[in-house]
Design a protein around this ligand. Sequence first.
Ligand SMILES: [Zn+2]
Length: 72
Amino acid sequence: MCIACRNRESQHSLIRIQFVENRAIAYTGSGRSCYVCRECGRNPKRIRQITKRFKLEEEDFLKLIKELDTDG
Ligand SMILES: [Zn+2]
């Protein structure tokens, strides 16, 4: 489920991330993870919503999502 829009989509269209010490990083394979759908990853409003909620650096987060949003 996408943490921004809460839509359930196929895992294929979701970007998997995890939070480590107030930072978002690509999922490492262990620990708790969550998903952002590609649609939200490209929507500045949704991005701001997520970064506010999880107290993230918006610039960092955007960069990460862009890096992970590859085969869309
Ligand atoms: Zn979404």
